[in-house]
Design a binder for this molecule. Structure first.
Ligand SMILES: Nc1ncnc2c1ncn2[C@@H]1O[C@H](COP(=O)(O)OP(=O)(O)OP(=O)(O)O)[C@@H](O)[C@H]1O
Length: 252
């Protein structure tokens, strides 16, 4: 049986100040697969994430999430439809506890304004879910610690908790292991594997060890297009991909 398509990107174009950055991106993710997005600096990976999550508007093309057109939806609408993304630069509130960070993310998805939530004392459902998610990422014992006082690896785990809190079916992660030691990175890979079980994952990642450990398929971006998307052995054997990386090595 062929799995349903969870996320489909068709002919996406985006230019900044007249310079084309995305030049017709096509990519299809099947429900439940984990896909790593790789490619040289400036290929357009972050811009693509911004388009899919609703932060940027596409100039042309179409994005569908479980068959629903989300091309012109706001980030919050897209989030409510079941797509959540993490950010490369930390988006945590450093003075709020780990618990409050997760609860706040949940209430944002539900549509509450943060100030309103503070006045109301928060919903019981969100509190219970926040604790469950913190347990899932191994931070239950650190729930009351301010996010800014957590270790770097713990902050990355908290970012993951914030991203998965509302139980989105499609998760976008931006370099989840960047800046981690080999051991921390291996622990993060195990964690991501566990919390994305049964979900669809698209992950920008530069660490090829992480890519090979986690991804069912690898999408390679170059110069604003996805030039290949396939299993690791086929990507390794792909002549366009080989040429891209050999060329980069030659030209620095
Ligand atoms: N808001 C913006 N305004 C103008 N140019 C932008 C904007 N966002 C991205 N760009 C340009 O788009 C190009 C692609 O950048 P992008 O960050 O998407 O690439 P990337 O593949 O994620 O690179 P990296 O691996 O270094 O993060 C770059 O040349 C960048 O300068």
């Amino acid at each position: 049986m062929i799995a349903a398509v969870a996320l489909s990107l068709q002919g996406l174009h985006k230019a900044f100040d007249g310079s084309p950055i995305l030049r017709g991106v096509d990519l299809e993710l099947r429900a439940g697969e984990r896909c790593a997005l790789i490619g040289p600096n400036g290929a357009g990976k972050s811009s693509l994430f911004h388009l899919v999550s609703g932060r940027y508007r596409a100039d042309a093309g179409r994005i569908t999430l479980h068959g629903v057109d989300i091309t012109r939806q706001s980030p919050q609408q897209i989030n409510r439809l079941g797509l959540a993304r993490s950010f490369q630069i930390t988006s945590l509130f450093p003075r709020l506890s780990a618990f409050e960070n997760v609860r706040c993310a949940l209430l944002w998805t539900l549509g509450y304004r943060y100030a309103f939530w503070r006045r109301m004392g928060g919903s019981h459902e969100a509190s219970a879910r926040a604790l469950t998610v913190l347990q899932q990422v191994g931070l239950a014992a650190r729930a009351d610690v301010a996010a800014g006082e957590l270790s770097y690896a713990e902050q990355r785990a908290l970012e993951l908790a914030v991203t998965i809190a509302a139980d989105a079916s499609v998760i976008l992660l931006d370099e989840p292991t960047a800046g981690m030691s080999r051991a921390e990175s291996a622990a993060m890979v195990a964690l991501i594997r566990e919390v994305t079980m049964g979900k669809t994952l698209l992950m920008v990642e530069h660490d090829m060890q992480v890519v090979f450990d986690l991804a069912d398929r690898i999408a390679v971006m170059d110069n604003g297009r996805v030039i290949a998307c396939d299993t690791a052995p086929r990507i390794r054997a792909n002549e366009d991909v080989q040429a891209l990386y050999l060329d980069r090595r030659r030209h620095g």
